[in-house]
Write a protein that binds this ligand. Structure first.
Ligand code: ADP
Ligand code: MG
Length: 250
């Protein structure tokens, strides 16, 4: 479903991604852990084409998103096609990024109606269903500022799902939350995982990784250093850097 090969990205002299390979099969959950500055957000933003990569190949469900090298030519998509393909990818940000001037319902229905041009009736019915699923049926007419951080993040998840995405990317979805609000967001994510949503989750919540991930990938200095099932990576890591990182976060 997600196929990332040999991805490189620099900001000026700073090499942020140094040859990343990652494959996520349909219905699987991959959790990416790793120190701050290791390139986790840049990788997710590359997958979503919010950031241009310099080199490599990224495809979602067989459709390449960024660049594809064939022979010596680098193919680049047109902006409109990028936008179309991006609507198949849900993205949940650390800071929710809801539209402050739109209600909860409008936040969820905006992109499916305007970017995907789906019928309003269908999208509104789906939005009602999704808000129920994240436990916010009663908040459809509220504005983001009237909600707690945990509620806002659950709206953001409903908004991502309304795109009927092939994959949902989460970038530290609970890092900005007060500790007592983390659990409600993780519960929603666990339910999604059980329901078969393909997910890539960057998080420091090791307990979540252990319980939900099919694969845990440890990223350091622009590379995925090791990956595998949670018990192998979290309990018996092969690399010293993984061990040192886990020693700091556990
Ligand atoms: P992580 O999410 O693992 O903490 P990031 O992908 O955010 O790491 O960042 C990796 C490195 O790239 C960091 O050193 C960061 O400062 C740098 N970086 C990220 N975005 C930019 C940017 N737009 N311009 C310059 N440097 C950036
Ligand atoms: Mg980050």
């Amino acid at each position: 479903m997600v196929d990332v090969r040999g991805v490189h990205k620099s900001y000026g002299p700073l090499e942020v991604l140094r040859g990343v390979d990652l494959r996520v099969r349909p219905g699987e959950v991959t959790v990416i852990i790793g120190p701050s500055g290791s390139g986790k957000s840049t990788l997710l933003r590359g997958i979503n084409h919010l950031e241009k990569i310099d080199r490599g190949y990224i495809a979602i469900d067989g459709e390449f998103v960024g660049y594809r090298r064939s022979g010596n030519r680098l193919h680049e998509l047109k902006e409109r096609e990028i936008l179309r393909r991006r609507t198949h990818i849900g993205f949940v940000f650390q800071n929710f990024n809801l539209f402050p001037h739109l209600t909860v319902r409008q936040n969820v229905t905006e992109a499916p109606i305007s970017a995907q041009r789906r019928p309003r009736d269908e999208v509104e019915a789906l939005a009602a269903e999704l808000l129920e699923q994240v436990g916010l049926s009663g908040k459809a007419d509220a504005y983001p500022r009237q909600l707690s951080g945990g509620q806002q993040q659950r709206v953001a998840i409903a908004r991502a799902l309304a795109l009927r995405p092939k994959v949902v990317l989460f970038d530290e979805p609970t890092s900005a939350l007060d500790p007592e609000l983390v659990g409600e967001v993780l519960e929603v994510m666990k339910a999604l995982a059980r329901g078969g949503t393909t997910m890539i989750v960057v998080t420091h919540e090791i307990g979540f990784a252990r319980e939900v991930a099919d694969t845990v990938a440890f990223m350091d200095a622009g590379r995925i250093v090791e990956q595998g099932p949670p018990p192998r990576v979290l309990d018996r890591p092969e690399h010293d850097r993984t061990r040192a990182f886990l020693g700091r976060v556990l």
